[in-house]
Design a protein around this ligand. Sequence first.
Ligand SMILES: Cc1cc2nc3c(=O)[nH]c(=O)nc-3n(C[C@H](O)[C@H](O)[C@H](O)COP(=O)(O)O)c2cc1C
Length: 206
Amino acid sequence: MSFLSHLSWRYAVKSFDSSKKVSDLDLEKILEAIRMTPTSFGLQPYHFYVVSNQEVQDKIQSASWNQPQLGSASHVILMAVRTDLKKNKEEYFDLMSSGNAEVRAHLKGFEDVMDGFIGAKSEADLLVWASKQVYIAQGFALAACAELEIDSCPMEGFDPVKVGEILWIPENQKLLVMLPIGYRPKNTELRPKVRFSNKELFTEIK
Ligand SMILES: Cc1cc2nc3c(=O)[nH]c(=O)nc-3n(C[C@H](O)[C@H](O)[C@H](O)COP(=O)(O)O)c2cc1C
């Protein structure tokens, strides 16, 4: 199947075959796709949790309007935005310069631009901006799952405070979205794709 046929194969699975588990190798590929996500300035203002513990999944399910995707999934990937962007920026420049002061000095122009960008925004605006990067990662994860013929369901329908308490999420992170992954039950009824037409979605300016 091509990339596009994989995208039409995928759908938001509402319950998984809990007897089927995603292999370590496939999980690694999905996480690598997430890691390869492009982000604004390359900052990667996020953190991810990968849960494959039944007891924890059941607790997450009960904090998510009891949606059965969560307890029946092979793994649940939880995506959090970082709120400590100044520290995040420091870590990023440390990484880029491998701790080398000369290289770091060379990057000063870029760092000043980023400091200016971060400094000019309110905390609320920064949270919105950083959150968008998390959703790009979600898109990459969805596409990677489809490519591997692994089912998934993007989910915002949960109580982030309750789930944050279950996972002991630190104060500098805020959960935004979850992605349970696994395999659709056999003979499951497929959900039709409901999408606006090209005419409604796209305006070509030639
Ligand atoms: C950001 C986001 C949040 C979503 N939250 C939920 C959710 O909490 N529960 C759920 O069953 N589906 C959820 N969905 C799935 C959508 O309802 C589904 O993707 C959409 O209807 C399109 O259908 P398809 O994914 O089957 O093509 C969510 C999707 C996205 C992208």
